[in-house]
Design a protein around this ligand. Structure first.
Ligand SMILES: NC(=O)c1ccc[n+]([C@@H]2O[C@H](COP(=O)([O-])OP(=O)(O)OC[C@H]3O[C@@H](n4cnc5c(N)ncnc54)[C@H](O)[C@@H]3O)[C@@H](O)[C@H]2O)c1
Length: 446
């Protein structure tokens, strides 16, 4: 049998080893889903604490639940390792490493390139490589493939992509904390550098994911992912702008969105907030902005959405300052309690959280800032956040001691009724006080 047919039969029967590079928010649930699909899984990470945790079944991503790590660590079809020479054991290798922005908002592909080099060092005939990290269109062909080929040891046999080995892109659509969809039930886009690569990657995913959509090229799959995240960033900016227009008119933007959402077609509700957070929406659109320069085109929607969304923490603080002013108080010297530190509800992820910037602005103005988040017990200092903080528990006495409560994230586990009853002033960026008006607190939306 030729290389393609051999790999095809291995992947479609489940009798194959899948290497997963990067065992974080994306790689770990993917490892679990492919393990359930019957494959042997070899997980790779440069973080030794993750390898150790998986060896003993300790869960390091709370929102995924205990079952995932327990199942993997007990299985003889799963191993996690930092020994990258073992990449040669894998029939297919999936890359799930970070793709952040650099200092000047430029794509930082160093993690992807490093993984490409790791793979290249042991690349052998009959392997499939799939990139899942979010990136600009062209990365798989123009950046990943050359990194792999250049890392091949001197004197190694020259292998040809699409003939001897196969390369594809499949965007990750994971949405941590979402209950309605998971890795298995979210349709998976796949595009190969060549038709054969797309076909092989699709066969692999089809064993673990209910609906696999094969598109014509890796570039289509890469661009589709950037479109999805840009679509969110632009629409969130639109409702944030609408909020700033409607508020001085005395119109509640949340009521307006709810009203518009009764239209069964041609409208999709997006909700305003205190600013973007997380590893994806604030970052991914700027990968396209960077790539667009290559063809001499501006990305005006992306830039404008970025401008509006990044101004939100300042808008929120201005609303808080005005609300305190109504009570003859200044921000300076006021005690402010931030509720919800994670960037979105019901998870513990604080990457790029707007709460960090809000805390910095308020502290800079002289406020005494504390926070409550049932999912984030401590918030140590980081690059953009300069103080060590600890979550405080809510009680009637605690709530009455603060001049204002500022709601940044609406976790289901927060006692919203207690806040509505006992806080003096609530500045609400999430409509968390809906239906709780008139219980005691003065509520101002922001
Ligand atoms: N988190 C999400 O919700 C989400 C959703 C869709 C897409 N994505 C994309 O998926 C990719 C991964 O994101 P994530 O949230 O899983 O990141 P993460 O930081 O949770 O996990 C990445 C893992 O890769 C490891 N790593 C880094 N360099 C490595 C290397 N050279 N070799 C092996 N391991 C390495 C890190 O130690 C870490 O464990 C990014 O491109 C991100 O944009 C993330």
């Amino acid at each position: 049998m030729d290389v393609f047919s051999t790999l095809k039969s291995k992947l479609s029967s489940g009798n194959a080893t899948i290497g997963i590079i990067g065992l974080g928010y994306v790689g770990l649930p993917l490892a679990h889903a492919l393990h359930e699909g019957g494959f042997r899984i070899l997980g790779f990470d440069i973080d030794p604490s993750k390898i150790e945790a998986l060896a003993v079944g300790r869960n390091y991503l709370k929102h995924l639940g205990e079952e995932m790590t327990t199942t993997l660590s007990r299985s003889d079809r799963f191993r996690a390792t930092a020994d990258f020479s073992r990449l040669s054991e894998a029939d297919a290798i999936i890359i799930c490493v970070p793709t952040p922005l650099g200092k000047h908002q430029e794509p930082d592909l160093s993690y992807v390139i490093n993984s490409g080099r790791d793979i290249g060092r042991t690349l052998r005939r009959g392997q499939l490589v799939v990139l899942e990290s979010t990136t600009y269109p062209g990365t798989t062909r123009e950046d990943l493939l050359p990194a792999m080929l250049e890392a091949q040891p001197k004197g190694a046999e020259k292998l040809v992509s699409g003939k001897d080995f196969f390369v594809a892109f499949s965007p990750e659509r994971e949405d941590p904390g979402r209950k309605s969809h998971n890795t298995k039930t979210t349709p998976k886009l796949v595009g190969g550098l060549e038709r054969e690569s797309g076909e092989l990657a699709s066969l692999m995913y089809a064993r673990a994911i209910q609906h696999v959509v094969t598109v014509s090229t890796a570039e289509v799959a890469e661009a589709a992912k950037v479109l999805e995240n840009t679509f969110r960033a632009v629409n969130i900016a639109l409702v944030n702008e609408l909020k700033m227009i409607l508020t001085p008119m005395g119109i509640d933007v949340w009521d307006v969105i709810e009203a518009a959402a009764t239209k069964p077609f041609g409208f999709m509700p997006f909700f305003p907030g205190p600013g973007l957070g997380g590893h994806c929406i604030p970052i991914d659109p700027f990968y396209l902005t960077w790539k667009a320069r290559e063809v001499g085109k501006p990305t005006r929607f992306i830039e404008l959405a970025g401008e509006i969304n990044t101004s939100m923490p300042h808008y929120v603080v201005d609303r808080l300052a005005a609300a305190l002013n109504d009570e003859s108080k200044s921000v300076k010297g006021s005690k402010v309690l931030i509720v919800g530190l994670a960037y979105k509800p019901n998870i513990d992820d604080t990457r790029e959280t707007p709460a960090a910037e809000i805390i910095e602005i308020l502290a800079g103005l002289g406020a005494d800032v504390s926070y409550h988040d049932p999912h984030v017990p401590t918030f140590p200092r980081m690059r953009k956040h300069t103080r060590d903080l600890k979550s405080i528990d809510l009680s009637k006495d605690v709530l009455t001691a603060f001049d204002a409560v500022l709601i940044v994230t609406d976790h289901a586990a927060v006692n919203w009724r207690a806040i509505a009853q006992h806080a003096k002033l609530v500045v609400d960026t999430r409509n968390a006080m809906k239906g709780l008006g008139g219980l005691g607190a003065r509520v101002v939306k922001a």
